[in-house]
Design a protein around this ligand. Sequence first.
Ligand code: CTP
Ligand code: MG
Length: 395
Amino acid sequence: MIGLVLVAAGSGQRLGAGVPKALVRVAGRSMIEHCLRTVSQVDRIGQVVVVAPPGRADDLVSTGVIPEGVRVVAGGASRDASVRHGLGVLDAGTQFVLIHDAARPFAPPEVFERVLDALVAGQDAVIPVMPVTDTIKVVRDGVVHSTPVRDELVAVQTPQGFRLDILKDAHATLDVRVTDDAMLVERAGIEVHVVDGSQRSFKITTGFDMRVAESVLAQQDPVVGGSVAFDPTVQEDSMLAMVGIGTDVHAFDPGSPAWVAGLFWPGEVGLAGHSDGDVVAHACADAVLNACGLGDLGGLIGTDRAEYRGASGAEILRAVAVHARKQGFDLVNIGVQMIGNRPRIGPRRLEAQEVLGAAAGCPVHVSATTTDGLGLTGRSEGLAAMATALVTRSR
Ligand code: CTP
Ligand code: MG
């Protein structure tokens, strides 16, 4: 049995996106999702473990970003600790393991296959490498100490493959700071073999790398601006982006608790409805369905479905997001505006964005407006909301 550990728990300090790097979207989907799609194309991999950023595992599963059948564990303080967490949950019968960085979201399936071929042929440790094009120097205290012969140097990528028992032993006796797994088994005296990596397996570390990644996917050479065949054997995964709109209106109902934008509002008047009447969350859900061409909330969950009676708006949004992902869509973002006099969204806007964003598994931006005393919202008879959603799917 062959297992794969996707290490995705880093905070992405150098990228500085404000969210863990593996959750950052590049070319329409998160780095974790890119990697999982590639891994699903490698038939020999029987078990996949995602090492998730601390505190994010549950949301990644419940929103369908991590699909059923993929195991999830929380990461550690360092990459090697995260790898150990992942190794710890692999099935007992696992013979070989691939360790892959989520920060290399475009590593193509061929590289996974090459590493596996070498393992199955009897190697204990296999890494994908690329020739270096720069001259590399060793510098100490600001002074060049030496210049290794470039012909002997390679740049190392992931996935790195190992016999599981060997890698586990190496990790158990770890006593240095390592930057990849091969370094550990080398120190244990194990021969590490190399196979060809790919230019597409480049690592995303900085904002510049993000721009390069977007350009590569658009098949543009970021430097000379021309069109380049980055890896002629690989079919580019071209994306189709689609927007959708969603609207919802509910009348105020003084007997109901006030749930708006995924939040409970003490002291505010609630809304009538089959569910909790959360117009903001419902508009978001409808916008997602509309963008995907999957109909609308009425059609999907109806008013006759008992399981949604009294369901919170956030739960409905989550259910819709899961449904959309199962149909092959990626959610890029949602923008929603509440229309009405109360509640005052401003002071709790960020809180609302967090709750709705966690439910949808993508950024949700919330704003609010009044209608100058006009119409049902102006007369405080009820609340309305309008949302747009952007989704993508592979062609
Ligand atoms: N990683 C991890 N757990 C950590 C640190 C890193 O799982 N405690 C993972 C990252 O998610 C990434 C891979 O190891 O997929 C390579 O790490 P790196 O590119 O350095 O990512 P970050 O540590 O997130 O970035 P930075 O060093 O800029 O904070
Ligand atoms: Mg790091």
